[in-house]
Design a binder for this molecule. Structure first.
Ligand code: NAD
Ligand code: GLY
Length: 359
């Protein structure tokens, strides 16, 4: 098992990474001195696979766990699901020493984290991420929240977990499409923050496609180290943390245009990263060769590299809704070569033009 500590003063916590960790969750919770009532928030897909082991481990360690199942899918990361979670917490008599465990991917982690941040003005919570995306990104750093009909993640809070417990063995049961989508976020760290990671990914495409467990544990740990360093420097995204949005400004627009049905998040990010690289090259921040390397790596990981079919106006409209839009200008992450980044401001029209330029 590898442990990475994220240093945030009183809100510091460990990220434990390794294969076969789940049976150890009870003793890990015991070591933190948490109260006995624990709600395990999960969904039916993940519950069938992993609830039993988590519940037994918690009972063996003396806790009184119960399961709250929410429906599976981004469309349920909303106010009515949150209300149902609160209802269950109240019915179970949860108090301020009780805690919540999020067992699942980014959807479960975000909503369970937000319930923890707000119930009784905040109770402890633990992330057990079970998708690659959640293990390398969403479970770390304390962004929690739900969607609003007018946009993704519009309601939320920064609220750090007490522990992130990543059992890499859970990735074996993940559907191929979701596994590959998680790889897009891994590539992101390489492109804008770590040239050595990018080289490793280029060299290990076969192992990644085969889900080689040692390789995955190494890569997940590296991504968590990178994310921990970014969050330690800028917990609430007033500067550096925005680098993690590389590929996301256009990716979110592509998701909006596809009505959240054509593309899953990681696929949209992959395609958004290629457009960001094209723009970076046209502004002189990277070379055409860098663009080709990024495109080729994503293609070999079976990820989409072209912008979805959309008109210029549709793109401008979707891009303009970005949370980072300030008076018609959007703070955008460019890659500086491979392994570094810089921030620049572009209009939605300039960004849409890149997407329509034929790649
Ligand atoms: P997800 O949570 O929808 O999981 C994808 C699918 O995999 C679901 O059907 C789920 O039931 C299933 N699944 C999960 N673990 C499994 C396993 N081990 N075996 C088999 N099936 C499994 O999607 P995701 O990609 O994990 O997360 C996407 C969400 O994360 C979005 O809502 C996005 O906004 C959010 N996100 C948050 C942050 C953050 O910093 N908080 C960062 C990135 C993304
Ligand atoms: N996933 C982006 C962030 O955590 O800031």
């Amino acid at each position: 098992m590898k442990t990475i500590t994220i240093n945030l003063g009183l809100h510091s916590y460990d990220i434990a990474i390794g294969e076969g960790l789940l049976p150890g969750i009870g003793s890990a919770c015991k070591a933190m001195g948490l109260g006995s009532n624990v709600a395990v928030v999960t969904n039916p897909t993940v519950s069938t696979l992993y609830s039993d082991v988590v519940i037994s481990a918690l009972k063996d360690a003396g806790f009184s766990p119960f399961v709250i199942e929410i429906q599976d899918g981004e469309e349920y990361k909303n106010c009515s699901t949150l209300q149902r979670i609160y209802d269950c917490l109240i019915d179970a008599g949860m108090d301020r020493r009780s805690f919540i465990i999020a067992l699942g991917g980014g959807v479960v982690g975000d909503i369970a984290g937000f319930a923890s941040a707000t119930f009784l003005r905040g109770i402890p919570f633990i992330q057990i991420p079970t998708t690659l995306l959640a293990q390398v990104d969403s479970s770390v750093g304390g962004k929690t929240g739900i969607d609003h009909p007018s946009g993704k993640n519009l309601i939320g809070a920064f609220y750090q977990p007490h522990l992130v417990f990543s059992d890499t063995g859970t990735l074996k049961t993940l559907e191929k499409r979701h596994y590959l989508a998680g790889l897009a976020e891994v590539v992101k760290y390489g492109v804008v923050l770590d040239a050595d990671l990018f080289l490793l990914l280029e060299a290990e495409v076969e192992g990644l496609l085969k889900r080689d467990s040692d390789l995955l544990a190494r890569i997940i740990a590296r991504c968590c180290e990178i994310k921990a360093a970014v969050v330690e420097e800028d917990e609430k995204e007033s500067g550096l943390r925005a680098v993690l949005n590389y590929g996301h400004t256009l990716g979110h627009a592509f998701e909006t245009i596809s009505g959240y049905q054509g593309m899953v998040h990681g696929e949209a990010v992959a395609s958004g990263m290629v457009q960001a690289a094209v723009l970076s090259a046209s502004e002189g921040y990277c070379t055409e060769t860098d663009v080709q390397r990024i495109t080729l790596l994503l293609q070999s990981l079976k990820l989409p590299v072209t912008a979805p079919q959309a008109t210029f106006d549709e793109l401008v409209n979707a891009i303009s809704k970005d949370k980072k839009n300030r008076s018609g200008s959007i703070k955008f992450v460019c890659n500086q070569g491979i392994g570094s980044h810089s921030f620049h401001y572009f209009t939605p029209a300039r960004l849409a033009e890149v997407c329509c330029s034929g790649r």
